[in-house]
Design a protein around this ligand. Structure first.
Ligand code: ADP
Ligand code: MG
Length: 335
């Protein structure tokens, strides 16, 4: 591995994080690229491109190259990865030594997409590139020793997908990836407000509601929040106040779908591993794990202790970076 940097990259649907050994998380930016749709020229990547979402003139397009957990545009993914890697490859060592990079990729990935990610890293100057699957990285990052012959279960709720996996000896034994995650929560809130109040709110507003007053389990104290939208009957701007109890109702369906996903993975889990899980509990990661009460809701329904990773948003990136240490223990992407 030499003197170069060892980098772990979490290529998420909402954001990209880069972890460098010895430094920690050195980059965290939205996975968004702004492109001139006429010339195809890339105008901005990451933070600055995200500011353009929903606000671009006709010839500018702000795209999320990873959608629903799959790489929907690998050319753009490559441009984005290169921009981020070169941004963090500064300093004396980076100038002379090429980094070894481990990238955590969506669970559903084709050979072509794998090549695209590898090529992007090589073009950005990587010496060695390894790919690992998200649930494995999430487990390592949350402190689970995955090399043991012991069943561990991780539930990672990201923006586009929820990845549920039972892992033993560095491999996912049973796994599922649902297209219900943070974005679906936002959409459920938009739908609820439209149906109940005849008001259309934007995606950013829905996300604010989810983060501030959203819940998957009744809050001890009722919260409320005032938001703006468009009255669908008059077409005029409107203001309304929503409560956490309404959020519980709005989020019921996607939350139940996540529970169903966990349930079906458990149903397919071999009995010995199931016994391990009921003893050790389930680990949650991803930004969606921060939704108030999601742990208590699952705990009540599944009957197994739920732990939320110490830093659920960066835990996949940390795990990806740490994976380099145990690369010889598992055969990366085939896992
Ligand atoms: P990805 O791995 O897909 O890039 P992340 O793990 O970063 O996604 O999670 C992004 C999702 O987490 C978004 O839908 C975001 O709204 C949600 N999120 C972030 N913080 C919170 C919070 N405090 N409460 C609820 N959801 C949150
Ligand atoms: Mg993620």
């Amino acid at each position: 591995m030499g003197l170069g940097m060892n980098m772990g990259i979490d290529l998420g649907t909402s954001s990209v994080l880069i972890y460098v050994r010895g430094k920690g998380i050195v980059l965290q930016e939205p996975s968004v690229v702004a492109i001139n749709s006429r010339s195809g020229k890339v105008l901005a990547v990451g933070e600055s491109a995200a500011l353009m979402l929903g606000r671009t003139p006709e010839n500018v397009e702000a795209v999320r190259p990873l959608k629903d957990g799959v790489i929907s545009d690998y050319k753009v993914t490559e441009v984005m990865l290169r921009a981020f890697i070169s941004k963090v490859s500064t300093g004396f060592l980076a100038r002379y030594f090429k980094p070894s990079i481990v990238v955590c990729v969506p669970t559903v990935i084709t050979q072509v997409e794998q090549r695209a990610v590898e090529d992007a890293c090589r073009h950005a100057g990587a010496k060695e590139v390894y790919l690992i699957r998200e649930p494995i990285a999430a487990a390592i990052g949350s402190g689970i020793d995955i090399t043991q012959a012991n069943g561990s279960m991780v539930v990672d709720i990201g923006g586009g997908t929820t990845d549920i996996a039972v892992i033993s000896m560095c491999q996912p034994v049973v796994h599922d990836s649902l297209k219900i995650a943070g974005n679906a929560f936002d959409q459920a809130i938009i739908k609820y407000v439209r149906r109940k109040h005849n008001i259309l709110i934007g995606e950013q507003t829905a996300e604010d509601l989810k983060i501030n007053i959203g819940c998957a389990y009744p809050r001890e104290q009722e919260l409320s929040m005032e938001v703006r939208g468009r009255n669908l009957i008059t077409g005029m701007p409107a203001t309304l106040t929503l409560t956490s109890t309404e959020m519980l109702e709005a989020l019921e369906e996607p939350i139940n779908q996540i529970y169903d996903g966990v349930h079906s993975v458990l149903e397919r889990t071999p009995p010995e591993l199931m016994a391990d899980i009921s003893q050790r509990g389930i680990m949650m990661s991803g930004g969606g794990a921060l939704l108030y009460g999601i742990d208590r809701m699952l705990e009540a329904k599944v009957g197994v202790e739920i732990t939320i990773a110490e830093d659920p948003i960066s835990c996949v990136a940390v795990g990806t970076g740490l994976a380099l240490n145990i690369m010889d223990k598992f055969d990366a992407i085939s896992g």
